[in-house]
Design a protein. Sequence first.
Length: 500
Amino acid sequence: MLLEQHESDFESIKHVAAYLRKSQSMGDKDEDLLKHKSVIEEVCESRGWSYVLYEEVVTGDTIEGRPKMLELLSDVERSQYDAIFCFDIDRLGRGGGGDREKIGITLQHSDTYLITANPYKIYDLNNENDDQAYDMQSFMGRFEYKMIKKRFKAGKRIGLRLGRWVNAQAPHGYTYNRKLKQLEVDEEKRPIIRKIVEHALEGMTLADIAWELNKKHIPSPRNKKWAPITISRMLKSQVYLGHIVGNKSEGNRKRVATSSSKPFKYLPEDKWVIVKNCHEPLITEEEYDLLMKRFSNRPKRIYNNKIHSFTGLITCGKCNKNMTMKRFGNGKLGVAKCECGNRGGDIELVEKAVIDTVEALRDNLNNIQIDDVEKQKKNMLNKKLDDLIQDCDKQDLAIERIEEAFENGLYDIQKTRKKTEERQQEKWKLEKEIRNIRKQLTSVDSFDSKERITAIDKFISDIENEDSGEIKNKIYKDILNNIVWTRDNEKRVSVKVNFL
Ligand SMILES: [Zn+2]
């Protein structure tokens, strides 16, 4: 179809405009763009062409949404360049036909060539053959893209109906089995989820459940401290019943203003698709119903007079039992005497000890730098993990494309098998790395010092501005594990404060 090209035909090319663009839909990353750039630069240098870079920062679907392309076209109109050079023809755009024609006509009118690196080809759109090839290429690009997009979406929907897990991340307490494409209970986390459910059924408040977990240094799903909202979201999620809920939203969250895709929105519950019994449940239907009843019946806000600021927090330094609080004859609150004989005393001693310790801790944290190293390590690992997961998804997409090529008769069965196998091998390698990094991530300390300092500042101001004993109790439980009280005689009181 294409006529053979002769370099000599294009001797007039001296100065080119290099156009670079990441294609979001193809999952391009910064590295891909760098690769494109270096390929283009290499070709330019080897041919002795001078070049100017037009690098698109935003990636709109249509050329109207791409400022660099608009700038380039107006420069081309003024015949500033001998050619536009892009990595492949898809870079110019996949928007409606109008865009493609606009670029084509601009190139024709200004006698500007078009060069692609992949495959390496120079188009002269005033030459009929080249013009046809250009049309064909850009049509193929758009067609292929639409097909992939459609297939990807259909795959997700069909997968959902088959009870396959189709979201990016497995919910806390589960792992994703890539081969079976479904969720499996994470045996390490099973007891944690069960404990949460049991506590909630016993009537513990969400804040107290969070406190219990933080006291045991059990990291939250995001490897941080547990918050009541995280627990309520978990208990309300039907995933733990063994169901998969899909179609909760439509459109693309990352949509750019000029894009032609649907705007993002959440869908009402009656539009959701719920597929039951897809994986092992961690919460039974009966438990779930009880929990939901509890959530909906929860009273607005009643103050519990039995809860004082340090209720549940004071431990006896002699026998390790929990010490209670009581009101003394003078009306003042204090620590009640322990069964073991450890004497109680004024609550102000505890309050002062807590504030003193907290302030000392704050000063200490300011001097600690070591956590930054940990944080950097964590960030690096997280970034690596994201990249690996994306790479893994790319392999999946590639396998789909190979199968598509087979269906369309482009590949024979041998070629299809060979190519699929290669991708599969690559995928397994990536999956192994992902497991490795997940392991490393859990060993990195989950609380860093900056987080702690912010929490401490908030704590101090909250305590100073609060009168209710019950609320103070909640605030203390945000950062304290317990307070150990020991009193030998009238004068010697020791108060030790332990943080979460
Ligand atoms: Zn005691």
